[in-house]
Design a protein around this ligand. Structure first.
Ligand SMILES: *[C@@H]1O[C@H](CO)[C@@H](O)[C@H](O)[C@H]1NC(C)=O
Length: 270
């Protein structure tokens, strides 16, 4: 082998293993970035049977070259369920609302172009664990910033935060009582730290029938009065046998509701 060829091969290998920032800067500078945060119903537990991911993916969740995912190591890849497999690492992840959301937005508004999903959700987490200064909050900001950091033209635009959380806080009276102030503060802090004071937030009113204070949490979610915050209602959508997690059909439906809410909101803003 000539030394020139060897050098070329080595250089090629180096670009394949180059860390994160270079890979990110390769990306479409116009991509629309969505942050996915919250707990298990955002991370996805559908299509998990007997503790194992069952890779039967319905068309609403199908991968597309127009839908990318930011990995835990801040590189981009084509998005596929389970979207949170390297983020919510202590749980078995399945189908969540992310893929049906992205497919539905693309179908209804193809002009949106490339979608970049930034999974951040972790199962069983309380609103306190998402407060500013906590690890999950810091990770969310860090990942969101990395998602739009890019070469010359920038790396796209953060279009919305998708938020599905509160089941854990619905377990206690204390959690429910303090939820409103904490949720308001979380949305406000995220917007400030991402320097996007009007960032659209699409959140979900709980579907779970498990927590004793679920109705109190739902009331807070449905009653948030911050501008550009929409709440879709998942109550009544089909759950898995645990009365806590949406099943595949439920996640597809909630993803579609979030897509409609996002498109409606951006229609209002534009
Ligand atoms: C929820 O309510 C049930 C019935 O009142 C009670 O037995 C249970 O201990 C409660 N759970 C929590 C976590 O408070």
């Amino acid at each position: 082998m000539s030394s020139l060829l060897l050098l070329m091969l080595l250089a090629h290998a180096a670009t394949l293993t180059t860390s994160t920032d270079e890979n990110i800067s390769d990306l479409d500078s116009t991509k629309s970035v969505f942050i996915l945060a919250g707990q298990s119903n955002m991370a996805g537990r559908a299509n998990v049977i007997d503790g194992k991911w069952v890779p039967l993916v319905p068309p609403e969740c199908a991968p597309s070259p127009l839908i990318l995912r930011l990995t835990a190591s801040l590189t981009w890849e084509m998005a596929r369920d389970p979207l949170h497999k390297d983020i919510d690492v202590n749980n078995v992840c399945g189908i969540g609302p992310g893929m049906p959301f992205a497919n539905s937005v693309l179908k209804k508004d193809p002009s949106i172009g490339v979608i970049g999903l930034v999974p951040c959700a972790v199962g069983g987490t309380t609103i306190d664990q998402w407060s500013k200064g906590q690890n999950l909050y810091d990770q969310l900001i860090k990942r969101a910033q990395a998602a739009v950091r890019g070469g010359g033209g920038g790396g796209g635009k953060i279009r919305a935060l998708l938020w599905f959380q509160g089941e854990e806080d619905a377990e206690t009276a204390e959690g429910a009582q303090s939820y409103k102030a904490k949720l308001d503060k979380f949305f406000t802090d995220v917007r400030l730290d991402l320097q996007s004071p009007e960032l659209p937030v699409i959140q979900v009113a709980l579907a779970s029938t498990k927590g004793n204070y679920t109705e109190e949490i739902r009331k807070v979610q449905l009653g948030i009065e911050l501008p550009n915050v929409k709440c879709v209602d998942a109550k009544g959508l089909p759950l898995t046998g645990d009365n806590l997690h949406l099943n595949t059909d439920g996640e597809i439906q909630v993803g579609g509701l979030m897509a409609d809410a996002f498109l409606q909101l951006t229609g209002e803003i534009n």
